[in-house]
Design a protein around this ligand. Structure first.
Ligand code: AP5
Length: 235
């Protein structure tokens, strides 16, 4: 048990637009952890027109969810390369079925989840953020015109490439994604709360990252002292 507790194997859980991607990126930048975002992976599949991408295109654009078994395959091929690393999953699992598939998979690999972070942000806050969101597709970097604007308007800070709007970030599709969250994803929290596994579950509430970020850092630093800050040069 103690051995399991040494690795951060974290699930970032929350509504669409809650800040999962933003907070995950902040953790990855500051600490020696890796992340996998199923939203980013699917957007890459769509851009590259892979088999999964062709299937995902319409489902993502209309705010639906892809089948559980396909999502497990997309994630597990990547996840299996992260043995003996600290990692964060963003956007998966998102149904109780996916949660069960993931638990079985991790159990077989001998590396169960160790932390579930539940971001609790009010719906009104989220709706106002989405219209201001811009993304850099190849990297998944996320900007917000009022909260974390790019240094040069319309361009990615690191590559200078143009930013785009996500096709699923219009009010209509977003409402559908929020409905999906309540119907299919929020029951997953109850699954983890009643879970026989050893994962710690932490709920962080707040409307801004200035409220949420210190709570998140604190809970990782106190529970996972093995997670090291990156050296200055990589910051
Ligand atoms: P995905 O990309 O995972 O979308 P999502 O869960 O809807 O999450 P978002 O990316 O919209 O939000 P986020 O919580 O990361 O927020 P962000 O940090 O960007 O999935 C897209 C689609 O793929 C799904 O709809 C589905 O079709 C499919 N899919 C993916 N995974 C799947 C799965 N497992 N199974 C089946 N289908 C799957 O922040 C939002 C905005 O707010 C940004 O503009 C940001 O700058 C700003 N912001 C963030 N934090 C703050 C703050 N504290 N204060 C002010 N602004 C902030």
């Amino acid at each position: 048990y103690h051995d399991e507790g040494r690795f951060l194997r974290m699930l970032m859980f929350g509504k669409p637009g809650a800040g999962k991607g933003t907070l995950t990126a902040r953790l990855v930048k500051k600490y020696d952890v890796l992340s996998l975002s199923t939203g980013d992976l699917l957007r890459q599949h769509i851009a590259e027109r892979t088999e999964v991408g062709r299937m995902a295109e319409e489902i993502v654009a209309t705010g639906g969810l892809l089948p559980d078994d396909i999502m497990l395959k997309v994630v597990s091929t990547k996840l299996d390369m992260l043995h003996n690393k600290h990692w964060i999953l963003d956007g998966f699992p998102r149904t109780v079925g996916q949660g069960q598939l993931l638990d079985e998979h991790l159990q077989q690999q001998g590396c169960p989840l160790s932390l579930v972070v539940n971001l609790n942000v009010p719906d009104e806050v989220i709706l106002s953020r989405i219209s201001d969101r811009w993304v850099h597709l190849p990297s998944g970097r996320v900007y917000n015109l009022s909260y974390n604007p790019p240094k040069v308007a319309g361009h990615d800070d690191e590559t200078g490439e143009p930013l785009t709007k996500r096709p699923d970030d219009n009010p209509e599709t977003f409402a559908r994604r929020l409905d999906k969250f309540y119907a299919s994803t929020s029951p997953l929290l109850d699954y983890y709360l009643g879970n026989p596994g050893n994962a710690r579950i932490v709920t962080l509430s707040g409307s801004t990252s200035d409220e949420i970020w210190p709570q998140l850092e604190n809970s990782i630093r106190s529970n996972f002292p093995n997670v090291r800050e990156r050296t200055e040069s990589r910051e």
